[in-house]
Design a binder for this molecule. Sequence first.
Ligand SMILES: Cc1cc2nc3c(=O)[nH]c(=O)nc-3n(C[C@H](O)[C@H](O)[C@H](O)COP(=O)(O)O)c2cc1C
Length: 370
Amino acid sequence: MRVRLSRLLIFTSRNGQLVCDDPVNHRQFALRPAVWDLLPHYTVWAQPREADSHVVKQLLESGLLIEEGSPEHRREDELGPWRTWGTAATYFHLATRTHDSERFVTAAEDTARLREKGEQEPQPEPFKRYGTEPVTLPAPDPLPMELTQALRRRRTTRRFAARQPVGLRQLSTMLHWAGGVQHRVDLPGFGVSLLKASPSGGSRHPIEIYPVIRSVENVRPGLYHYAPDVHGLEPLREEPLSDEEVLHWCGDQSFVARAPVLFLYTAVLERSAWKYPMGRTYRAIFAELGHVSQTTYLAGTALELGVFFTAALRDETVERDLGVHWNTEIPLGVSGFGAPDGEEAERQAAMLDGGTAGFSYPRDAWDGLG
Ligand SMILES: Cc1cc2nc3c(=O)[nH]c(=O)nc-3n(C[C@H](O)[C@H](O)[C@H](O)COP(=O)(O)O)c2cc1C
């Protein structure tokens, strides 16, 4: 029999102790110093040494060691995509993967818990404000397209008409649907909850929108923060962002620099964490981003704008440029939109009528493909 350390375990230190974290079984346990010394020997398949036999038996029972050829060994060999996604992603998934025995709180328990919590720690503000004088936006327009048609027409657009700015009312309408407040509900004992066009876990609405204005009628190019409470744009940087800057943000994808408007999405973590103090909430935040992005896509489609979404971001650069820190607010992704380039609009229309299906790419990407 040969044994080795399970590769699904994480070792960490806490209060002078070496702690083993087993994400599969959601267990953590401190290791006795006597065990520390023998761990290096079992980082590769090895016959249990005579002197270790008693401890090895215990470590096999606890799952710290696995036996060659065992079901546990097979499970570690058959990791699938997790192997390439790496230890951190595998660990996060397993640590936040719910078990059969998971106990979910009832609505009544949750209400009682939140009331108690609210007395000690009021819920975080639902709005972030920078305090700069907001540029007020005109009232949004109704969306002039039926949902069936908008859903059929929604396509990713990466080719935009040069020199065709987005209208101010279009920008206002896009922001209204992407992040605007549709209703406010005052729940006694909890404060205000917001209701928006996109759903949000616990109605916490952690997502903020930072519009990058590159070409919009009557709005100075620059970086803004959308303030949904007043439906206005707080200027953060009233000078144009260069092509290089936005390309660097978005993984050097050339089409990003051609969009007249970018919506950079972040999440203010404490809004969600106040109600959901568990790691699984991180997954929900990205689910929320998907909802907001789709609302942006559909609103843009209804306004006959071309829209894209990208999750390819240089987080560190974005954080620095926005002045946010990952321990409180994290960049999530970017939507871009503008009038589509004529050929691209025709191509998409032809696709609807049964024409050849394809994807929108900027011409230089095709050229690059030779
Ligand atoms: C989570 C997510 C990330 C995406 N990231 C990118 C990206 O980085 N670059 C890009 O060109 N398109 C990106 N897209 C758009 C997809 O490529 C696009 O949806 C797909 O090609 C299907 O085309 P359609 O949107 O027209 O149906 C992303 C879409 C999603 C949902």
